[in-house]
Structures are given as C-alpha cells and as structure tokens.
Write a protein that binds this ligand. Structure first.
Ligand code: CS2
Length: 497
C-alpha cells in the first residue's frame, strides 16, 4: 500500500470547488448510496465508478457507491475515507496525462470489520445494485460443476456460520435472504469480472450455496433476482508513486490512492435491472440483450494474449506489456495467434471488425505511458487460463484446427510455475493453487514430466482436455522448445507463419 508522501493537504469534499477543472462537471449533488460494490480495487475505480458519475451528471439519481474490500484491507479503506472517498483517475496516453477527480464513491468499508454497516446497507431498499470486481477466484466456484466450491474453506465456514459470511456466495446469500425475509425488493447483482457468462456464473455459485442452507431461498433468488452479464474493458495497472506525483502536480493537493489507466474503456451490459440503474448509456456504455459475443471476443482476444505475453515475458525478462510488444517477434507471435487461432473461433456481429479489434489491442499494449507489469497479469493463472485459453483450445480441437501458439501459451504458464526466469531470476507465484502447482512444476525433470504433471490438475484441465493426445503432443513440442529459452521458442513459433 501507499508509501506515505510528505505532509500536505489532501483531497477532500471541502476543497472540491478549487478542483472543478479536474471534475467531470462543476455541477454535483451528493447522491445517496444506491450501489454497493464488492472489490474496491483499481479497476472498479477507473471503470464502473467513472461511468456511474458521468451517468449521474447526465441524469441525476441516488447512485452513490459504497465500496467494500473483502480482504480486510483497512489501509485502502482508511486512505480513501481520509479523502472523503475522493480519488483521481490518472489517464496515461500517447498524448499525455489527464487527471480526473471522481466523486461517486461515497463510503468505503472493510470486511469483516464493518459488517454491521454492510448489513445495514444491504437491507436499505435504496441500494438497488450490488456489483462486483472480485477477480475469478473470488467467486469460489468448483471449476468442474460451476457450483460453489463446497471444499473451499471459506465456503464451508459460511455454510456453518451463515450470518458471518466472508465469501461472495455467502455474503450475497445472506444479503438476499434479509431482503426476502423483509419482503423487500431484491437488488440486482452485477458481475464485472473476466468470466464467461459472468452473470450466470455468479448466479449459479450463489444459488447452489443458498440451496445447501435453505432451498426455498434458492428458489426465491432464482425467480426474483437479476444477475445480468457484462463485458468490462480498461487496462488499469497497480498504483505507483509516479501516479501520486502526477495527481499532486495536476491537483495541487495530495491523493494517496490515485488510479492509473489507459484512455480506452468499454462496458457492454445486459440490460436487466428490475430495480433500475444509472443511465450508463449516457457515459458510453452499451446496453444490449446479449453480451456473449462481446465477452467471448474480449476474453479470447485481449485476456488470452495478455496472459500469453505475461508468461513468455516472465521467462524472457520483459517487465511490462509495452516492453513485451516492443520485441517484434513476440508482437508477431500474438498477432498471428489472434489472426489464425483465436479469431476463427469467434461468432461476432458483422459490424464487429476483428482485424481492427486485434490491431487496436496491439496499439493499446504498446502504450509506453502505461507501466502494466507482466507480473500483475501473471497472477492467478489457474483461474485465468481456462476461460481465456483452454476453452479456445477445446474449440480448435473439436474443429480439427491447429493451435500451436495457444499451446505455447499454456506451456509457458507451466514453465512459469517453476518460479524462475530463463536467466535464473526467481519470482513469487501468486495463485490460489500455487502450492500444489509449483511443486508439480519444480519436481518435473523433463518437458514431458512438466506437461503430464500439470495437465493432470483436474481443477484446471477438464477431463476431455487432460486425456487428449493431440493437446499433449502440442504442449510437449512447446515445452521442449521453451526448455531452450523463451526468446528462442518465440523465434521458432514466429517461423510457423
Ligand atoms: C489482465 C486484465 O490482469 C489481467 O489478467 O488481463 O486485468 C486486463 O487488463 C483487463 O481485463 C482489461 O480490460
């Protein structure tokens, strides 16, 4: 968390008048809280919170946000509350830096310490949306069934202590039970994470959990609560001191928790909000009947190439995504991956130009002003690889089509799990399955041993893939080439073209 900057005046709602040049509009009426957001990370603050502020400026309404950290991060809570919930978004693009003060965040809570206040908000019918950015692992899902993972320690705790939940299924189940018991209108549950069919995925996790506790509650949730799906997109790295300095320089006051991001943003939302919603379309969000084409294209084109770049770079020694695509063979590799292996699996509207989308992604990745660390993207591979890459490989296998570059990405993740770069530099592995997967990777003494050990992880590889000989051969080719170094392997795969 933030390294303390020298004493200075900080962002506060009493100093907003002096900052109106950095606000989206001079007009601002403090809204009551209408949205509770679980997962008050940088992404939400540079994405949904900004869209929501713009929406309220266009059509005033009580859509103020209460952000909740589920990880007990009181430092983040206290830093934001010390600034009255204010923070700045530091947009870094080729044309320079743009600093915007966001006012939509009205309160910040840290679970479990602020549980009473959260229960109070969940019971308040003015809260009509509960949204989430808790990352893939935050859903506590069993990858084999999509239900809540009942072997997960937090899920087991919440089943035994339903009034003191700590997991997303447990927290949402308790909140919705309170609404039902009070005969109150349910809130809409809005997933904003990088999962395929994220609304349905969250609904299944919550309802399967609720069914263990109270089958009638599960039925009530299934029939009364909306879980619309969304596709969210904005590249939002972790905050650095350079961002704090940029905010201070622009605002003349301090901001301990600014959020860096790229200029680009996109939000595609399934328009199912029985209790109402902000006018997000006025801020450029796309309200649609079916998010799936947008969501799958983004997961398979952006997130898959992000993970590919991240693992090959962690081995080759590139620090940021812009460094990685600054290596021409690696840029060529992911260009070919999108063109030849990913785009053919996508069914998108005729108006969706995949070649233009690919080229725009490469431009976004090359943004030299944004220090998006490969190590940040490399986290949680066991949760990210299935929706981003393994599902595409399954489609290619079913169609009898090659997937050499996608196989290289998977083998690069396997090799990454050993915890050391090609030059011997060690790095930590952050992943819910780190202990088991890193041991399997470290114990492997040959490329075949590495592939067989990790393909055997049934909570990552569906059985249909794990026993597929075509996949094993492709992974073995890739792992063997990576044994000679990632840069050498990249050069060999570029020659596939
Ligand atoms: C990234 C995503 O960290 C990661 O795994 O691939 O956070 C990515 O930056 C966003 O999905 C972009 O919209």
């Amino acid at each position: 968390m933030p390294s303390k900057m020298p004493e200075r005046s900080m962002l506060s709602r009493t100093s907003l008048n002096a900052l109106e040049g950095h606000c989206l509009s001079r007009e601002w009426h403090e809204p009551a809280i209408g949205i509770v957001h679980l997962g008050i990370g940088n992404f939400h603050r540079a994405h949904e919170a900004l869209y929501t502020e713009e929406a309220m400026l266009a059509e005033p309404g009580d859509w103020g946000i209460c952000g909740v950290t589920l990880q007990g991060d009181v430092t983040k809570r206290d830093a934001l509350m010390a600034q009255d919930g204010l923070y700045s978004v530091v947009e870094r693009g080729p044309d320079g830096v743009r600093v915007t003060v966001v006012r939509a965040l009205r309160e910040v809570l840290a679970m479990p310490f602020d549980r009473a206040r959260l229960v109070e908000l969940f019971a308040d019918e003015r809260v009509r949306i509960v949204s989430l950015t808790v990352t893939e692992k935050g859903y506590c899902r069993d990858p084999r069934t999509g239900d809540a993972d009942f072997a997960h320690a937090g899920v087991a705790h919440d089943l035994a202590h339903p009034d003191e939940p700590s997991t997303v299924p447990g927290i949402l189940c308790a909140a919705l039970r309170a609404r039902r018991d009070a005969d109150a209108t349910p809130f809409t549950v809005l997933s904003c994470d990088n999962l395929s069919h994220n609304g349905d995925a969250l609904r299944q996790a919550v309802c399967s959990f609720a069914r263990r506790l109270d089958p009638a509650l599960a039925t009530w949730i299934e029939t009364r609560v909306a879980f619309p799906s969304t596709m969210v997109d904005r590249i939002v790295p972790a905050t650095t001191d350079a961002d704090r300095e940029a905010a201070q320089a622009a605002l003349g006051v301090g901001d301990e928790v600014p959020v860096p991001c790229e200029p680009f943003r996109q939000w595609v939302i399934e328009d199912r909000f029985p209790a109402g919603r902000p006018a997000w379309e006025t801020a450029g969000a796309q309200l649609v009947d079916d998010v799936a084409p947008f969501e799958i294209a983004k997961l398979r084109m952006l997130n898959a190439t992000h993970s590919t770049l991240a693992y090959l770079s962690m081995l080759a020694g590139f620090d940021t995504i812009s460094d990685a695509v600054g290596h021409p063979p690696l840029k060529s590799l992911i260009h070919a991956m999108m063109t030849r292996e990913i785009a053919p699996t996508l069914a998108v509207p005729a108006s969706f130009d995949l070649a233009a989308y690919r080229d725009a992604l490469l431009d976004r990745y090359a943004n030299p002003a944004l220090k998006h660390r490969c190590s940040q993207i490399a986290m949680d591979g066991s949760q990210k690889m299935p929706p981003r890459i393994l599902s595409t490989i399954q489609v290619r296998l079913d169609a009898g089509q090659p997937f050499e570059r996608l196989a290289l990405a998977v083998a690069a993740w396997f090799t990454f799990l050993r915890g050391r770069a090609d030059d011997g530099t060690r790095y930590a592995i952050s992943d819910p399955l780190a202990e088991r997967l890193t041991k399997a990777a470290e114990d492997a003494t040959t490329p075949a041993g590495l592939v067989d050990a990790l393909v055997g992880a049934s909570d990552v590889f569906p059985a249909s893939l794990a026993r597929n000989p075509v996949l094993r051969e492709a992974l073995l080719r890739a792992a063997t080439r990576l044994a000679n170094g990632a840069l050498t392997a990249i050069d060999e795969y570029v020659r596939l073209d």
